[in-house]
Design a protein around this ligand. Structure first.
Ligand SMILES: Nc1c(NC[C@H](O)[C@H](O)[C@H](O)CO)[nH]c(=O)[nH]c1=O
Ligand SMILES: CC(=O)[C@@H](O)COP(=O)(O)O
Length: 241
């Protein structure tokens, strides 16, 4: 509640304000201007020429009136503060990576690998912290990725291959197995295994994604490896398995 001294101070302030407005309204030319200018000051006014001022402490016009802040209702759907965890791309120095790369379609997988290594270097990953392991084809990637993940030596495993459709349904077996193999390696080892294996209808599609007009998917996969390594190292390591 306002004290009597402050109530007196506020009422003289409001009177002065009222006098100013009266002089304003008598000098203003158009009733519209008058009512609009008054409405800015007296949003609850009852008429343009005789604004009503309520000195009640509960009145919003009283300068001592404190608008009650509606107590934020806690929703069962949301907490007060939502934590958001994400991996950083700026703290890659010191991370260790293994790269499993298929030799099949080497004309494609070699530039994919080079794109990945360039990206690791750009993000300060040391050369001595990268091991490259060659396998015959994409079908073999999953098993080797899991073995490397289970070694506990790496922050992430990057898997690179190029599966290109031929005349038979062999493509489906290799592509599907490569994908499920890399996925299982991550789940079984608990180490991020990144799927950088192209699955393409023809060689043009593959070359376009190995440094051609569609970019370099090996480089993109290396960025994913860095982000996942950071997420696990900086945010998920303490979480009990
Ligand atoms: N056709 C492709 C293959 N085929 C080979 C398999 O990956 C595997 O090495 C073989 O079946 C023996 O187990 N591999 C690719 O990476 N890309 C292809 O297009
Ligand atoms: C993905 C494959 O295995 C494929 O390249 C093999 O070619 P094809 O189906 O003509 O034997």
């Amino acid at each position: 509640m306002a004290t009597s001294a402050s109530a007196t101070a506020s009422s003289s302030l409001l009177h002065r304000l009222h006098d100013d407005i009266s002089s304003l309204s008598s000098s203003s030319s158009s009733s519209h201007h008058r009512s609009s200018s008054l409405s800015l000051l007296y949003p609850h006014k009852t008429s343009p020429t005789s604004p009503r001022i309520n000195f009640s402490p509960k009145c919003s016009m009283n300068p001592l009136f404190v608008m009650p802040v509606e107590k934020k209702k806690k929703s069962s759907l949301r907490t007060e503060a939502v934590r958001q965890l994400t991996g950083s791309l700026t703290k890659a120095e010191g991370f260790r990576f293994a790269v499993v790369v298929a030799r099949f379609n080497e004309i494609v997988t070699k530039p994919l690998l080079e794109g990945a290594l360039d990206t690791f270097k750009k993000y300060s990953v040391r050369e001595e912290d990268i091991d490259v392991v060659w396998v015959p084809g994409s079908f073999e990637i999953g098993l080797v990725a899991q073995k490397l993940g289970q070694s506990g030596k790496y922050n992430a495993i990057l898997c690179i291959g190029a599966v290109v459709r031929g005349d038979t349904t062999h493509y489906d077996a290799v592509a599907n197995t490569a994908a499920s193999g890399v996925h299982s390696a991550g789940l079984n080892s608990g180490v991020p295994c990144i799927f950088g294996v192209l699955t393409c209808e023809d060689m043009d599609q593959a070359l376009n994604r190995a440094g051609g007009k569609a970019g370099n998917k090996g480089s993109e996969a290396a960025l994913t490896a860095i982000e996942m390594a950071s997420l696990f190292e900086h945010h998920l390591k303490e979480i009990a398995v």
